[in-house]
Design a binder for this molecule. Sequence first.
Ligand SMILES: *Cc1c(COP(=O)(O)O)cnc(C)c1O
Length: 362
Amino acid sequence: MAQLRIPGPTPCPPEILKAMARQMINHRGAEYHEMINDVTAKMKQVFQTKNDLYLLTGSGTGGLEAAVVNMLSPKDKVLSVSIGVFGDRWATIAKTFGAEVVNCKFEWGTAADPAVVKKAIKDNPDIKAVLVTHNETSTGVTNDLGAIAKVVKEAGKLLLVDAISSMSSIDLPVDKWGCDVVVTGSQKGWMVPPGMAMVSVSAEAWKAFEQAKIPRFYWDFGKAKSYLEKGENPWTPAISIVYAFSVAMDMILKEGIQSVFARHAHIGQMTRDGIKALGLPLFAEAKHASNTVTAVGIPVGLDGKKFRQLLQSEYGIVIVGGQQTLDGKIMRIGHMGLVSEKDIKDLLAAMKATLPKAGFKG
Ligand SMILES: *Cc1c(COP(=O)(O)O)cnc(C)c1O
């Protein structure tokens, strides 16, 4: 069986896979009502929020689109704080629906500087919302979201957060930081297969919702709200994913969210230390290195593609390369969700044995 060390989908514990083998139930019946209410309440503990929270059937990108269509009107000005591929994708979504996007881009491998974000908001006082990625999966960088949130909320702007690859793995206290819409996805740190996006919606976000004019139907937060009041979703939900969440939420809360975050920090540090010990460069600036995904530079001489192929064929370990302009320049190791010390030790040992076979001279 392949060992998936990629930044989503992540491996699922056997209990979760077993839960998903269950027969379907009526998604308009009492049993489903109870299950979705229970999962939603438990998920709010992980989001550290009292805000409304919805499970939307779709992938994480659907959740990002939902945030755009429910919060904005065509021609609304938004600030896109981007440090990589996923930050850029969200800006593209906003542009696609007619928003006027002001770019605040930072060099890939670095984090966003809150002082620069503050200045960008000051220079564009008419912006309505700020789009920010908590953990940029394409570069292995975690933004200082607490500091960014502070400057955004001090300026009275809406804060929309892509936390797809951080929520449930890295501390993100939604209410404490004042995040208005926060998006995540089932297949990242939640240990659940792909199929659902989860979004939290603040009171301020609901006010923006009332004003927002971009056409919406499938992703309409208003419909999600009125249906959840009766323990339902507007459309047929991915019921098997909700089964999976019933088990996953109990596992995460039993361990305790602070322990889960600490475990990810430990595994992240162990991965970075191991990569450095192999003589390979880390792509992300050390201060902001992600605890869910590590980006590794490909040094001269190393054939990155051949290296990854050998890891898979000889050890059954799957890692991924870089996206867009980072193709051929980095490789990425996912370590969110169900990843043990042994998994990382096995990966590092396999890398050590494979590096010379792919041209690495050390
Ligand atoms: C994975 C990911 C996405 C895209 O999610 P999909 O589920 O593939 O649509 C967006 N943003 C970040 C930060 C991600 O890690």
